[in-house]
Write a protein of this length. Structure first.
Length: 389
């Protein structure tokens, strides 16, 4: 049993003792996080835990010795899978989550309906975000870019895991495309059925680290988890031959111990991934475009028809892929729209800019109408003069 200071002050003389769920990633770093964020009350009886899964009315939490089904905390931060929490007792004396610790990373997206501008935390305290790409269906470039942006923005390290490499003759082509598109991100090719690539993947999950698998339904995530864990933990389902889609065999985000303190977070297949406040991720994923922007003749270049635009020149020369540029613009529009929903000042500025465009267009239209009218009057006058002669 380890002993830690009962205060974030290193000089504190009082101590408290606690253990954490080692098989769910409790390490010295985690212990330091708990020591720096002690519960406000009942420090003597509080213990460390980690959220394993969120159910409809309960939270499944791993303590040092048990898995506990506890009610959601009555106040404070809403827990997410992967959160480190303080366990204690509520006012009725029942076991409960009494506090959620600050997250050192969080994988988020915009909630999956158009009218929403709220954040949905898919998982927290993640070290590696593995974007799963199956080779038995066409590679969706925009989806891969979008997911990697969110992965970079989470604070974790992105990784691309190619699955089902034994099923497709074109696996090498898919791997080559992914390596080019995910520049700067390591790519691991696996075949869970054959056991290929599993050792290499495990090298990316050191003891105490948490890896999340993120990909569409039918991508082979559950099969991969079973292979990594060495047992059938997750159900697997067949993939439809017509469209390559699979049944959601995973219905909730859940932590799966892999041994040695390494943890894997399985997630249901994600159909859409709306970005949420992902400026840092955009910078990581599209850093080459920032370099192009700096080469434009004008600092406020809109990268459309301005003279000396480095972006348009790169597009014309083929140095910049038109699809990648279109994807960047689409993601930027999405983030700007989300920002306007949250930021009243940005919303007012956008409305003023739009109003000015409308007014300018309206003035231009009126000018055109006046010109046509004057031209008609002039022609009519000339015609009258000729008739008088």
């Amino acid at each position: 049993m380890n002993t830690y200071a009962s205060s974030s002050d290193p000089s504190a003389s009082t101590t408290m003792q606690f253990r954490g769920p080692a098989e769910y990633g409790f390490t010295d770093r985690t212990a330091a996080l708990f020591s720096a964020n002690l519960p406000a009350v009942n420090q003597d009886t509080a213990s460390a835990g980690r959220v394993v899964r969120l159910d409809r009315n309960r939270v499944l939490v791993a303590s040092a010795d048990h898995l506990l089904h506890l009610p959601y905390p009555a106040q404070g931060l809403v827990p997410a899978t992967g959160d480190w929490v303080w366990l204690g007792h509520n006012n009725a004396g029942e076991p409960a989550v009494v506090d959620v610790l600050p997250r050192y990373s969080a994988l988020s997206r915009k909630r999956a309906f158009e009218a929403s501008s709220e954040e949905q935390v898919l998982g927290s305290n993640i070290d590696i975000v593995a974007v799963v790409v199956p080779v038995d269906r066409p590679l969706t470039h925009n989806r891969l870019e979008r997911t990697l942006v969110a992965a970079w923005d989470s604070g974790a390290t992105p990784l691309v895991v190619i699955t089902k490499a034994d099923l497709a003759d074109l696996a090498d082509d898919v791997v080559g495309e992914v390596i080019v598109q995910a520049a700067g991100v390591e790519v691991v090719t696996t075949s869970a059925e054959q056991g290929d690539g599993l050792d290499e993947l495990m090298q990316h999950i050191p003891p105490g680290a948490t890896l999340v698998l993120l990909g569409p339904s039918g991508a082979g995530k559950s099969t991969l988890i079973n292979a990594l864990a060495g047992q059938d933990i997750q159900q697997t389902g067949a993939v439809r031959a017509g469209d390559g889609k699979g049944k959601h065999t995973t219905t909730a985000r859940e932590l799966v111990p892999l041994g040695g303190g390494a943890v894997l977070m399985d997630t249901p297949g994600v159909r859409g991934f709306g970005l949420f406040d992902a400026e840092d991720g955009m910078e990581e994923m599209f850093g080459d475009l920032d370099e192009l922007f700096a080469q434009c003749r004008f600092a406020d270049c809109a990268h459309q028809a301005e003279p000396g635009c480095a972006v348009q020149q790169a597009l014309a020369e083929g140095a910049l892929d038109a699809r990648r540029w279109a994807s960047y613009l689409k993601l930027q529009r999405e983030l700007a729209a989300l920002n306007r929903k949250h930021d009243a000042a940005a919303r007012r500025a956008y409305q003023r800019e739009w109003h000015q465009k409308v007014m300018s267009a309206d003035r231009g239209q009126r000018a055109v109408e006046r010109y046509k009218h004057d031209q008609a009057e002039e022609r009519s006058g000339r015609g009258a003069k000729r008739r008088k002669r």
